[in-house]
Design a protein around this ligand. Structure first.
Ligand code: MG
Length: 313
């Protein structure tokens, strides 16, 4: 029986510059940090929904947390009984595995994220990134991507954030399949678009269309945001059952607590694909990020998580 107590803190984080997402521009996000206290000690987790993904909202999560009134058994039971609370389920998973998470100091290859800044390519190459991700705009042409590949000898990922129509998606998919240094095209079409069946799954990765493994009808690559994927033990069981599927782990702009947990989850996957965690430094300085940026996403060993928690107040 899952005995114990919990408390939580809600924090608002403002981006330095509005961030372009699949659901439009975002100025700020709210997160809930969760702390559990059981006979086994303290655990930490983070509720970090992301615009455009159909999880519970911060308001929904806050209401569930308030009504559980600090009782962990009550909270765990409510979350386990619902499929509509994947962020809370992920946060509770992080709390349960916190000893292992806090002890993780490994390093994972990380993909660099190219923004609209034209100097990004040179900067990311100089920093040593071997995989880069480019967000496709409606104006991006295949010729531009060819030019980018000509100036970079690593691997590229393309992300359309659901912004293509079927004709454009077909053209990009054909290009991506013919180009060995492009790993995949992410979310070419909007969520639920019938055209996915005709595009086919090879080198087409679902991101906004993938939340949790429950009910997934897609044989191809998926992008997993650990903060949104629901219960981590259930996810890992699903993953173990299909080791050949390409899976990419990706950030939802977590604080240090969520990042440490998400990287730990990614590290449990033996496939070793570069993770999408080049997300640090995008918020106004608020002391809530502690990991180092770079072509390797590393765990943090030298942080007092209790101290981090206390500074959130
Ligand atoms: Mg994406």
């Amino acid at each position: 029986m899952n005995e114990g107590q919990f408390d939580f803190r809600r924090v608002r984080r403002r981006f330095r510059r509005p961030l372009r997402t699949g659901a439009g521009e975002v100025d700020a996000v709210e997160r809930i940090l969760l702390r559990t206290r059981t006979a086994n000690g303290l655990g930490y987790g983070e509720v970090a929904p992301w615009p455009g993904f159909p999880t519970e909202s911060i308001e929904d999560a806050t209401e569930v947390l308030r009504s559980a009134n600090g009782q962990l058994a009550h909270l765990s039971a409510v979350v386990a009984a619902s499929s509509a609370l994947p962020c809370l389920a992920a946060a509770l998973s992080s709390c349960r595995h916190w000893d292992a998470i806090a002890a993780w100091n490994g390093a994972l290859p990380c993909a660099g994220l190219l923004t609209d800044d034209p100097t990004d390519l040179a900067k990311k190459q100089a920093a040593g990134f071997r995989t880069l991700k480019l967000k496709l705009l409606p104006t991006t042409s295949i010729a531009e991507v060819r030019a980018l590949l000509a100036g970079f000898d690593g691997t590229l990922r393309l992300d359309a954030n659901g912004g293509l129509d079927l004709t454009a998606a077909r053209a990009w998919t054909e290009f991506v399949r013919a180009e060995p240094r492009i790993e995949f095209l992410e979310q070419p079409l909007p969520v639920g678009h019938a055209g996915y069946a005709s595009l086919g799954a090879a080198k087409v990765a679902l991101d906004e269309s993938f939340l949790t493994p429950a009910g997934l009808d897609w044989a191809g690559p998926v992008v997993v945001k650990p903060a949104l994927v629901g219960d981590w033990d259930a996810f890992r069981a699903w993953r173990r059952a299909q080791p050949a599927r390409p899976v990419t782990y990706s950030s939802s702009f977590e604080t240090a607590i969520g990042r440490q947990g998400a990287l730990w989850l990614a590290a449990q996957d033996g496939a070793g694909a570069a993770v999408g965690f080049d997300t640090l430094g995008r918020f106004e300085l608020d002391g809530r990020e502690r990991h180092a940026n770079g072509p390797e996403a590393r765990g943090l060993l030298d942080l007092s998580w209790d101290g981090f928690w206390n500074e959130l107040a």
